[in-house]
Each structure stands twice: as structure tokens, then as C-alpha cells.
Design a protein around this ligand. Structure first.
Ligand code: HSE
Length: 446
């Protein structure tokens, strides 16, 4: 049992932190480690001190007011300093970040990282090294910014089989979709607005093509199901091709459109395949995720003991991300005092495989541009019927007719990706169908 005097000794010997990166997030972590040092000391009984900060340009950072004595342009200086016990990686790079993390682990320094792309690609290697050396790696800031979703999955829901996770986990795309939905903007207009407001990067590719969300979905799924999900086994579709008419027709039917990360396991039995996908999704307007707007993130987790849970907050930004990193640093400091078995990711391999895309089931929204003449619906419905695909509703908004064509909008009952792929190939080839069919998946959260 912990003796009171032990804590006193610990408070006299600060735990050294090496901070790699002093960009927006790194500067926030530095700032809050100073401003919350007393609070953290009181809560943890441990004193945390930034001993070294790795930066690209030491002179520039010193001129900005960061203490020159602790700045270095070599990340290796953090790793080589025996007094640095916790390494915080917020450089957000690939090779250098991976080298820093693996070197730190090899020297038994606890790692905290926000690098979702790196974890999604190298999570397996990183945690093999962590297991080999018995060193934890924490990554709360990698998913959902300030939302404590990693600790929730790892700790609070540890007694649950995770039935499903539905996440709005990219704030940039959620802002764009919110503006398309609420103001009727086109995708380019909404993107331009997001860039002007600083919600989208000058190069917005990863945010709008779905891959930023996909990296986060891979991390959540890996944590939930105990093995690192290979990126080539998941389905990823971005928001770039959504149109104002998708939103108009979806609204007519009582739906909004969100970019969702969807993670599901068919059962909790050994060998059950899991599915991980990121794509625009029709969400019923009455579902709570439909009201998550702007840059906010939300993750709905269904556990087979707890039932439905919801986590909401800011998924990006200096302060929310710093909050998550401070919690990891606090956990790392505790782990230095008391060795632990869970190193941040506990492989349990209950499931071990991903469902092939063709077998993934969903409901669908279809939008066709068809000739406005008798027999067209019969041709389309005939193809769907032959492929055993059921239509749940159909409407033809005459007000949107353009010349001799009119939109045909259909809601499709649950079908596999393979069925829909075949159906769209055949429907798209019909003479009466004038444009490539548009298909968006629908989620009813049942
Ligand atoms: N660009 C991301 C987003 C934040 O828009 O959510 C960092 O992952």
C-alpha cells in the first residue's frame, strides 16, 4: 500500500517530460503544463516538469518567448536524456515520429502521442515494441480531440463487448456538411468558407476524402476488438462528391447527411468478422448524431452490457487536444510509479478478421436522373427485383425536372454491397438513365 511519505518524496523529484513538437498542439501542451502544474501536482501527488522541447527552429522559438535553455533541434536529445521519463510526440510526422517513438520505447520512456496516421499505419509495430519493453504508449488525443473516448473504451467499457461505434470524427468535414445542409451551399462553397474560417487546411485532402476519419476509426476499432486493423481492409469514401440535391432529397425523406465512421461486430464469438467503414451516411433527423453540427465531434458506442452511450465535444483545436494529452501525461506519470499490464492497447484477438466489403450490409438512398416517360420505374425496379433488392420508398420530385429528365429517388431495404454494385452497374447502363446513379448508405442504428 502507498505510504504517505513516498508521495512527499515524489513531489520533490519532478518527472521529466520531453516534448517533441511546438506547433499549435505542442505550444498548447507546453502552456497548459505550466499553468496546470500546481493542479496536477495536487491531484497526482507528482510534479511534472518539461525538461526538453524538440523544435525545428530553436532561434525562432526562443524569440517567441520559449525558454531557450530547454529547446533543441535534435529529437534524439529527448531520448538520450535519462531524466526525460515521458516523451510527448506531437510533431505529427511519419518517419521521424516513428523513430522517436520506437527509440523512446527501447529506452523505457513512456510515450504519449497524438499521431493518428502513424498509429493507424504502425500501431501493430509500436505496440509490439511496447510489449517487448513493457512500456506504455498513450494516445487519447489521436481520436476525437478533447473527448475522452480512448480511455472510455479502454477502461470504462472494458466489461463490454462493443456491438457498434458510430462516430462523427472529423470536424472539418462536419462543418462542411452542416453548411451544405443548413445553407444549401455546394461542396466547393462550403469548403471555401471552412478554409476562410480556419476550419479546413489549405490542403484539405485528408479531411474531405475520409482518411483522417478512417485513421481514427482504425484506432477505435483496433482498441475495441483487440487487433490492429489493416487499412486496406476498410472501406473509405469522402464527402467531395456530395451535392446540394442529395441534401434536399434526404431532407424530404427526414434525414440529414453525416460523414460517419462505422464499426460493428456481428457477434462476440471467436472468429466473428468486424466491419470498419467511413462514408457519407443518411442519418434520421431525430437521431442525436444528426444534431451534432459544425466542427463538433461525437461518438456513439453501444456495449452489450451498458447499452447506448454518447461522447460529444471538440475534436480538434489547441486546448481540447492539450486536455487529452495532459490526461495521458498524468496517466504516464502514474504508470511510472506503478507498473501495469495494460500498456495502452491490450491485444485480445477475439475476432481477428474484417468482413469483405462485398458482404457488408446496409440500407441505401439512390438518386437517379431518368427520362420522364412511362416504363422507366418498371425497368429500374425490375433490375432491383432480379437481384433480390427491395425498395422501401420511391419518389419523383417533378419540380426538379430538367428538360426531358427528372430525378428518381429511392430508399432501398437492407442489401449487400455486392448486390448494390451489380444493381448500379445494370441500372447505370439503362438507356433511360442519363447520369451515373448516386448512392449513399443509410443508418438506422438498430
Ligand atoms: N482535421 C481534423 C478534423 C482534426 O477536422 O477533425 C485533427 O484530426
Amino acid at each position: 500500500m502507498q505510504q504517505p511519505h513516498t508521495q512527499q518524496i515524489q513531489t520533490q523529484q519532478p518527472i521529466g517530460i520531453g516534448l517533441a513538437g511546438l506547433g499549435n498542439v505542442g505550444a498548447g501542451v507546453f502552456k497548459h503544463l505550466q499553468s496546470k502544474r500546481t493542479l496536477l501536482r495536487e491531484r497526482l501527488g507528482l510534479d511534472l516538469e518539461v525538461r526538453k522541447v524538440a523544435v525545428r527552429d530553436r532561434v525562432r522559438r526562443a524569440a517567441e518567448g520559449f525558454p531557450e535553455a530547454i529547446l533543441t533541434e535534435r529529437w534524439q536529445d529527448l531520448v538520450e536524456d535519462p531524466e526525460v521519463r515521458i516523451v510527448v510526440e506531437v510533431m505529427g510526422r511519419k518517419e521521424e515520429s516513428l523513430a522517436l517513438i520506437l527509440e523512446s520505447i527501447a529506452r523505457k520512456k513512456i510515450v504519449v502521442t497524438a499521431n493518428k496516421a502513424l498509429l493507424a499505419e504502425y500501431g501493430r509495430e509500436i505496440f509490439e515494441a511496447a510489449t517487448l519493453h513493457g512500456v506504455p504508449v498513450f494516445y487519447e488525443a489521436a481520436v476525437g480531440g478533447g473527448i475522452p473516448i480512448i480511455k472510455a473504451l479502454r477502461e470504462a467499457l472494458v466489461g463490454n463487448h462493443i456491438v457498434s461505434i458510430h462516430g462523427i470524427i472529423n470536424g472539418t468535414s462536419n462543418y462542411i456538411l452542416t453548411r451544405m445542409q443548413e445553407a444549401g451551399l455546394s461542396f466547393p462553397q462550403a469548403l471555401e468558407e471552412a478554409q476562410a474560417l480556419g476550419y479546413a487546411e489549405p490542403d484539405p485532402a485528408a479531411d474531405v476524402n475520409g482518411w483522417d476519419a478512417a485513421h481514427k476509426a482504425i484506432i477505435l476499432a483496433s482498441l475495441a476488438y483487440g487487433f490492429w486493423i489493416p487499412a486496406d481492409k476498410i472501406y473509405v469514401e469522402g464527402i467531395e462528391s456530395l451535392t446540394a440535391s442529395d441534401f434536399r432529397f434526404a431532407r424530404e425523406l427526414g434525414y440529414g447527411i453525416k460523414l460517419l465512421g462505422i464499426i460493428k461486430a456481428a457477434s462476440d464469438t471467436q472468429g466473428a468478422a468486424i466491419e470498419v467503414r467511413v462514408h457519407p451516411t443518411l442519418v434520421p433527423e431525430k437521431h442525436v448524431l444528426a444534431s451534432v453540427n459544425g466542427v463538433f465531434n461525437a461518438v456513439a458506442v453501444k456495449g452489450n452490457v451498458v447499452g447506448d452511450t454518447l461522447f460529444y465535444g471538440r475534436g480538434a483545436g489547441q486546448d481540447p487536444t492539450s486536455s487529452a494529452i495532459l490526461s495521458d501525461i498524468a496517466e504516464a506519470a502514474e504508470a511510472l510509479q506503478y507498473p501495469r499490464r495494460n500498456l495502452g492497447f491490450m491485444p485480445h484477438g477475439l475476432y481477428g478478421s474484417c468482413k469483405p466489403l462485398d458482404e457488408i450490409l446496409s440500407e441505401y438512398f439512390l438518386q437517379l436522373c431518368v427520362e420522364d416517360r412511362p416504363g422507366v420505374i418498371a425497368q429500374v425496379a425490375g433490375i432491383l427485383g432480379e437481384l433480390n433488392v427491395g425498395i422501401s420508398s420511391i419518389f419523383q420530385p417533378e419540380a426538379e425536372a430538367e428538360g426531358a429528365t427528372v430525378p428518381l429517388v429511392m430508399m432501398i431495404h437492407t442489401a449487400s454491397h455486392a448486390q448494390m454494385r451489380m444493381a448500379l452497374d445494370r441500372i447505370g447502363a439503362l438507356e433511360c438513365v442519363r447520369k451515373t446513379p448516386r448512392m449513399i448508405r443509410v443508418e438506422h442504428f438498430s
